[in-house]
Design a protein around this ligand. Structure first.
Ligand code: ATP
Ligand code: MG
Length: 248
């Protein structure tokens, strides 16, 4: 079943067409890697899915509900209900610096969902263990490495039990030696059949972990397919050129 259905999604910044009638589906348990050159619209596409952008045209359906239809987002209450099914992990972590790791994890479930403290505490403990940070619950983000911060951000996103996780270049702000520990956590999530969309420059990760790869260029999805096809036998010259550049 398609959990995300995007059709003819369009977005302009003034004269600049950033997304040009983009159409794609994400099915349950898919791991979709989105690749493409800088400025091709990857972040804008992802941010549109969680209403961090306004759009000019097209439809976005999540789990069968219209988040946006014919270029207009639904009413605020519906947006909130639909976007709560998605967890987002950003390039720059976006942790709250004045809150401890544990408080970062527990804030939204307590404030937004009003969940009982004992449930929230149990889950934050489990998720910190899952991302390999059990001992760091009471530490402030400033005391963590970039890789640790990003693993906290992933645990925080998981606290809301999202049906889909969205990642926007989760390792691009990290030193190379810290990239692996974050990709390892993401790989584990994929093995547990978490549905994910991952905008990434990590071609190795896309090849190994993604069930499908979307190649974007100039506001369009040029082609998509399983990694073993797209990487070894791309159909379009633009994909070939991008890959020959990126796989060097
Ligand atoms: N707030 C904005 N105002 C005007 N133009 C914008 C804005 N945000 C993005 N753009 C433009 O939209 C286009 C797509 O940007 P986007 O950030 O989605 O690309 P991207 O594929 O994520 O690139 P990168 O790989 O560098 O992150 C770019 O040309 C960018 O300059
Ligand atoms: Mg981007």
């Amino acid at each position: 079943m398609a959990i995300i259905e995007v059709s003819d999604l369009s977005k302009r910044y003034g004269e600049l067409e950033v997304l040009k009638r983009i159409t794609f589906d994400v099915h349950q348990h898919d791991v979709v890697a989105v690749i493409g050159p800088s400025g091709s619209g990857k972040s804008t596409m992802l941010r549109s899915l969680v209403h961090l952008e306004q759009i000019d045209g097209g439809t976005i359906r999540v789990d069968g509900d219209d988040l946006a239809k014919d270029g207009r987002y639904s009413a605020p209450r519906k947006i909130k209900q639909i976007t709560s099914k998605m967890g987002m992990v950003f390039q720059h972590f976006n942790l709250f610096p004045h809150l401890t790791v544990q408080q970062n994890l527990e804030l939204a479930p307590k404030m937004v969902k009003g969940e009982p403290t004992t449930d929230v505490r149990r889950r934050s403990g489990e998720l910190l263990e899952k991302v390999g940070l059990s001992g760091r619950a009471s530490v402030y983000p400033a005391k963590l490495s970039g890789g640790q911060k990003q693993r906290v951000a992933i645990a925080r996103a998981l606290m809301m039990n999202p049906q889909i996780l969205l990642f926007d270049e989760p390792t691009s702000a990290l030193d190379p030696e810290l990239t692996g520990e974050v990709l390892q956590v993401m790989k584990r999530l994929a093995e547990e059949h978490t549905t994910m969309i991952v905008v990434t420059h990590e071609m190795g990760f896309a090849k190994e972990v993604a069930s499908r790869v979307l190649f974007m260029d100039n506001g369009q999805i040029i082609e998509s397919g399983p990694p073993e096809e797209l990487f070894t036998n791309p159909r379009f010259d633009r994909t070939k050129a991008f890959l020959s550049h990126s796989l060097k």
